[in-house]
Design a protein. Structure first.
Ligand code: FAQ
Length: 325
């Protein structure tokens, strides 16, 4: 819900109090409301990183569009990758409501000054990877993003509603593809297991560093941007995925994974946090390839941006002439 300021502008303390009360009451902060600089910066950082992830995230699966095994699978994959472009656009728009400039955010990504999710720096080696990305990566995205539908910043929370609906659909298509492959030949089942083995740990890393090494979590949770800690969401993902793996007939590659009766949750092993650091700092298996592809797409798309800008200017001039006539 939008917060309104009284006709007489309150002093700085009043603004801060008003902001704090809005957060405490679980109401929404809207673009025209006063907000602390740190809140604005944190949101721009997180939303931009999220938007970049959706756009870079088109690449690993996009590589399989021309190699999909049937027209049906090609159409499904096309639609999914296109949805991810849409998610990137909603998120860039949400960042713009905070005063960020989309061209600047793109420049920051291309120049390596802003991050995108670690998960998209791993290669897709077989068509089973498309299914496992849907199942694990979209599954992890849902665990992480459903609570963001209740994030304190209105435009971000609203963008997440549609994104989550689409991610849910993506997760199901991935799982359905894997069910089909598991009903196929031994070679197909082996492809699925191999993809599961390669994507499991990187998927757990998507949730970010452990809570005691997450510098942003405490403040983001106090501001109700994030609703749960990285470790809590990782645990939810494991608990959700284990029964799905059983049903599918694959083994998750973690010898420490077991049900803990006392906690009512699964125990599981520790991801390789050094690997996460390496991937986040640009040294993952595909970082260079992903960034190179993004830079090329940006350069090759320059004429589209110029044409769209010229068209918008012409429309605006026509509208002005029309109004003057
Ligand atoms: N990769 O203090 P924290 C998708 C950075 S979309 C890279 O815990 P925070 C859809 C973090 O930015 C996937 N960097 O940070 C799809 C921070 O760096 P900074 C993306 C990471 O923000 C599916 C530093 O480490 N989802 O999958 C990662 O409180 C299929 C310290 O970390 C979102 O962006 C990482 N994994 O929590 C598309 C969701 N983890 O900025 C295609 C929204 C941490 O201080 C196909 N974002 N870092 O220099 C969030 O929920 C949060 O930003 C976290 C990180 C949880 C990712």
């Amino acid at each position: 819900m939008a917060t309104t300021h009284s006709a007489e502008a309150p002093d700085r303390d009043g603004l801060q109090e008003h902001f704090d009360a809005t957060i405490t009451r679980d109401q929404r902060i809207e673009p025209r409301d006063w907000m602390p600089d740190g809140y604005r910066k944190t949101l721009i950082r997180q939303i931009a990183q999220h938007a970049h992830s959706e756009i870079i995230g088109m690449q690993p699966e996009g590589e399989w569009i021309t190699k999909a095994p049937s027209l049906r699978r090609k159409a499904i994959l096309f639609a999914k990758v296109q949805d991810e472009a849409g998610h990137g656009l909603y998120l860039y728009s949400a960042a713009e409501t905070l005063g960020a400039d989309r061209a600047d955010l793109t420049a920051r990504l291309i120049e390596g000054r802003q991050k995108y999710s670690s998960i998209f720096n791993y290669p897709t080696l077989s068509f089973a990877d498309v299914g496992v990305i849907g199942w694990f990566v979209d599954g992890a995205a849902i665990c992480n993003q459903v609570p963001l539908c209740r994030s304190s910043y209105g435009p971000y929370a609203r963008a997440m509603v549609r994104i989550c609906k689409e991610e849910s659909f993506h997760q199901r298509q991935g799982y359905e593809l894997l069910l089909t492959m598991m009903r196929g030949t031994d070679a197909q089942r082996a492809m699925v297991q191999d993809a599961v083995d390669r994507w499991w740990w990187p998927s757990l890393m998507m949730f970010g560093p452990p809570d005691d090494a997450s510098p942003n979590s405490a403040q983001s949770m106090a501001w109700k941007i994030k609703r749960h800690s990285n470790d809590e969401l990782r645990q939810r993902f494991v608990d959700m995925t284990v029964p799905q793996a059983d049903k599918l007939g694959v083994r998750l590659p973690d010898p420490e994974l077991r049900w803990n009766e006392e906690r009512g949750r699964h125990d599981f092993g520790t991801p390789d946090w050094d690997e996460l650091k390496r991937v986040i700092t640009g040294n993952g298996p595909c970082n260079d390839r992903r960034m190179e592809r993004r830079r090329t797409a940006h350069e090759e798309g320059a004429w589209v941006r110029e044409a769209a800008t010229a068209h918008a200017a012409k429309q605006a001039a026509r509208a002005k002439d029309g109004a003057a006539a």
